[in-house]
Design a protein. Structure first.
Length: 105
């Protein structure tokens, strides 16, 4: 049975956005919403995960959990979903800062 899915993307290739828009509606840049079967949702997520590269993506879809939804993530991100006794909470990790290159004097 089809159910709602939301895919949020950041800094992904244009061809991925085009592929997602075949099955969903891009309601604002990078946010795709649609009602698709579990099989189509999983195939879309496989495609997203394969080409996300340096970007980020999050899939939220209905699921038989206490919260009523499940999360999947791909790419580099600061927000990491963690399971706490059946509830998905978001853990914020420290920002990665690049250190300036040392000059030889």
């Amino acid at each position: 049975m089809p159910s709602m899915a939301v895919i949020a993307t950041t800094a992904v290739p244009d061809h991925l956005r085009g592929a997602l828009s075949r099955w969903t509606t891009e309601v604002v840049p990078g946010i795709f919403v649609g009602t698709v079967s579990a099989r189509v949702r999983d195939e879309l997520w496989t495609a997203v995960s394969a080409v996300v590269g340096d970007g980020q993506a999050v899939l939220v879809h209905t699921a038989p959990t206490e919260q009523g939804y499940a999360l999947r993530t791909a790419g580099t991100r600061r927000r990491v979903p963690m399971d706490f006794d059946g509830l998905t909470l978001i853990r914020l990790t420290a920002a990665i800062q690049q250190q300036p290159a040392k000059e030889n004097l």
